[in-house]
Ligand binder design. Structure first.
Ligand code: GLA
Length: 740
């Protein structure tokens, strides 16, 4: 439907009117890249897009009589190393101990309407086959007796192409894969700003930018998780592009473990982008008849700036990634007891919190860490998934029933992938922990990691979790993962297979998610990893929301949520109102600002409602009612970033309903400024220019709100205490804009 094939010239053109992606078979039988960007009209021959360079005396070339044909300068589709291309390859595979330069030659293609699922891996999907078309290109290496398939899907309604690769061993001996990337794209120039999301615990996904330069620039993770430190997201933005204008290419890797996203700018200023499983520490043995499938790379092209890119990701993930049942269902407003009690609770305390929260209109009570084994702090009991009768003498069932009597749903925290050295499970199965036998273990938060590369361990945890889910009629699970993997060895894999460990581990995690989410489709999963250490599309395929950060401070959250919105829908970001002074920063922000920030996410509370004053309770009741009223707008609306917290003292964003009839606008000013700008307005986006909207009791045309802007309330300036509507630091407003 969206794939043209010029069969005489062996050319392929994927286009949907928004984006074009064109490649062909080169004269050496390998694939060459021709174009990726804004949609081009189709024509029967694109050969002229292959630009030959004048050969330089030093270049290497496979054809004696054609020195211009050098892989060093030609743009390629899925390059190998060892021929005349000296850049970093997409593939490196060989027979054990037999030297060979991979040489995958075009064999055939197949077009499939819709999009086949990737086996064992999370991936984007279609709801019906008309929503996308998939092109599969088959290449063969005769010597290796291996079949390489490159998978390209183009979506009908978004400027999105997804890519992955699979390799099949068709021979009789083993193959060893050292590198098999999800995608490689050779861009003709380097005039881009490399934009990514970096951070650490409590400070996730801060927007970072740098110009591309000759050499290799990359982001990666080698931690066994996609990580707090670098999100598997990268945008290449033209220097002149803004939030709303200009060209941006966005890439996101649908994977939750070690990854590499790199751009190599060569000596001719061409930029090669490579995205895939990090080759460091990776070595996969492919037995005869076996296949290896890479995770998927999502590629977005936007000619409407960063907002255009983000909106394409958001729409794709809302419609083609999260579990189907959560696309339209409201997510409950929750209260989580972590910051209210930490490990110090009993049944009475929990039920009191739940009852008090229920009176405020909150819908789900989540019992966080500390309900199992003998866990009174973080030094023990992970793996012992049975209730701690000292804290909850009548058991989880009794607690669940009492929570349900308060009118609330019940949710529980698990950290399924972990084992404490001080646990019954470890005493019984010390070999279940990841590590090298005979060598010391490195602890992280006093715990070790369970070897999820072993199916029997995944099965054991499945039994424990599913049993509790059934017995307590759970509505929600917070799936945490609080440390990264060290000594990454499995005690059951042979020495030769240890390079498979990280990938096998995450496949085990996906398998457990798959079993639990298919058996309990009504249970809402929220992923978490010490806050936002695994906020990636791989997790989102199973868990439609993720705990964005352990940092609940409203000011810090502006940056974290702003950065996260580059790739992920706001309705995927767990965002809670917590107590002040804030537990991470000791900052005191107004209750209104804490809610005004948290509304732009999946909303909840992380405080003790029994400690609130009457005024605070009234305010929270209103907040809860407000969120319920606008929940579907936040879920389905188009999100626009307006002012960046990375650039100044003010932040603003808004979400517009799909029919443009209403919008919610958040405006935040971190520090008060005395006698500042007069007549300050906030220019909105995404409205219908000709429609009349009501905002703050006045009528405006959409174009007025977008060109002139919405007047911001007067700020206290040292003289106008009577007229001022806002004063002091950390002030904010949320405006509701509705068409008449
Ligand atoms: C992690 C999570 C927190 C909380 C604690 C419990 O840090 O991110 O929200 O669940 O673990 O130990």
């Amino acid at each position: 439907m969206f794939i043209y094939t010029n069969q005489e010239n062996n050319q392929f053109h994927l286009t949907n009117g928004k984006v074009s992606y064109i490649f062909h078979v080169m004269k050496n039988g390998q694939l060459g890249h021709l174009y990726y960007g804004k949609a081009l009209r189709h024509r029967s021959d694109f050969s002229h897009l292959q630009t030959y360079d004048v050969p330089t005396p030093a270049s290497c070339h496979p054809y004696e009589d054609d020195p211009a044909f050098s892989l060093e300068t030609l743009r390629q589709e899925y390059p190998a190393y060892g021929n005349s291309d000296f850049r970093e390859p997409a593939i490196s595979v060989g027979k054990e101990d037999v030297p060979h330069v991979p040489n995958f030659i075009y064999d055939s293609f197949k077009i499939v309407e819709g999009k086949p699922r990737l086996e064992g891996l999370p991936s984007t999907y279609v709801n019906d086959d008309e929503e996308a078309s998939t092109l599969q290109i088959v290449l063969r290496d005769q010597f290796l007796q291996a079949e390489l398939t490159l998978h390209y899907t183009i979506f009908r309604d978004q400027p999105v192409i997804t890519r992955s690769a699979s390799l099949k061993n068709e021979g009789t001996g083993n193959l060893v894969i050292d590198r098999l990337m999800g995608a490689s794209v050779d861009l003709p120039d380097k005039e881009f700003i490399f934009t990514h999301l970096a951070g650490t615990w409590s400070r996730e996904r801060q927007v970072k930018e740098r110009s591309l330069e000759m050499g290799i620039q990359s982001i990666s993770s080698l931690r066994g998780a996609s990580s707090h430190h670098h999100n598997p997201f990268l945008a290449l933005k033209r220097p002149a592009a803004t939030e709303d204008t200009g060209e941006v290419y966005g890439f996101n890797f649908v994977y939750s473990s070690n990854f590499l996203m790199q751009v190599e700018v060569d000596h001719y200023d061409m930029a090669r982008l490579t995205v895939g499983i990090h080759p460091m520490g990776f070595k996969w043995n492919l037995q005869p008849a076996e296949s290896f499938q890479t995770p998927e790379v999502v590629m977005v092209y936007s000619d409407q700036g960063l907002n255009g890119m983000s909106q394409a990701f958001h729409t794709l993930y809302r419609q083609h990634l999260i579990p189907k049942q959560w696309k339209t269902e409201d997510r409950p407003i929750l209260i989580n007891n972590w910051e209210a009690t930490y490990f110090d609770f009993n049944e009475e305390k929990l039920v009191d919190i739940a009852r008090s929260a229920s009176e405020l209109g909150i819908e789900l009570f989540v019992l966080d860490d500390g309900w199992f084994g003998k866990r009174n702090d973080d030094t023990s009991s992970l793996g012992d998934w049975h209730v701690d009768f000292d804290k909850l003498p009548d058991g989880l069932e009794s607690l669940a029933a009492k929570i349900s009597e308060t009118g609330m749903k019940f949710g529980l925290w698990f950290e399924p992938e972990m084992i404490s050295p001080n646990s019954e499970l470890f005493r019984e199965h010390p070999d279940w922990a990841v590590g090298v036998p005979g060598q010391s273990y490195t602890l992280g938060r006093n715990q070790l990691v369970l070897d999820f590369s072993r199916p029997e361990i995944v099965d054991y945890i499945y039994e424990k979790m599913s049993d509790i889910m059934k017995r307590t009629n759970l509505s929600y699970i917070k799936w945490d993962m609080n440390r990264n993997i060290t000594e990454a060895f499995s005690q059951v894999l042979s020495a030769r297979q240890q390079g498979e460990f990280f990938h096998r581990y995450i496949l085990g995690v996906y398998r457990l998610y798959e079993r639990l989410t298919s058996e309990f489709p009504h249970v809402l999963f929220e992923s978490c990893a010490g806050g936002g250490g695994r906020f990636d599309p791989g997790m989102m395929y199973y868990a439609p929301q993720a705990w964005t950060s352990d940092d609940t401070d409203a000011v810090e959250r502006l940056k974290i949520q702003y950065g996260t919105s580059f790739a992920y829908p706001i309705y995927s970001m767990g965002s809670h109102v917590s107590a002040v002074p804030n537990h991470q920063t000791l900052r005191e922000t107004p209750l209104s600002t804490r809610a005004n920030t948290a509304y732009f996410g999946t909303f909840g509370y992380e405080l003790n409602p029994l400690l609130l004053s009457e005024e605070e309770r009234e305010e929270i009741e209103e907040q809860v009612a407000f969120y319920k009223q606008h929940r579907s707008l936040i879920r389905d609306g188009q999100f626009y970033r307006l002012l960046s917290p990375f650039e100044g003292n003010e932040t603003a964003w808004m979400v517009v309903s799909p029919d443009q009839s209403e919008a919610l606008v958040g405006y935040y000013k971190v520090l008060a400024t005395p006698n500042g700008r007069k007549h300050q307005t906030l220019r909105l986006s995404g409205l219908d220019e000709g429609r009349i909207y009501q905002a703050e009791g006045r009528d405006y045309y959409g174009d007025e709100l977008m060109q002139v802007g919405l007047p911001l309330p007067t700020e206290f300036n040292g003289a106008n205490s009577k007229q001022a509507l806002r004063g002091g630091d950390f002030q904010s407003e949320v405006f509701y804009v509705k068409s008449r």
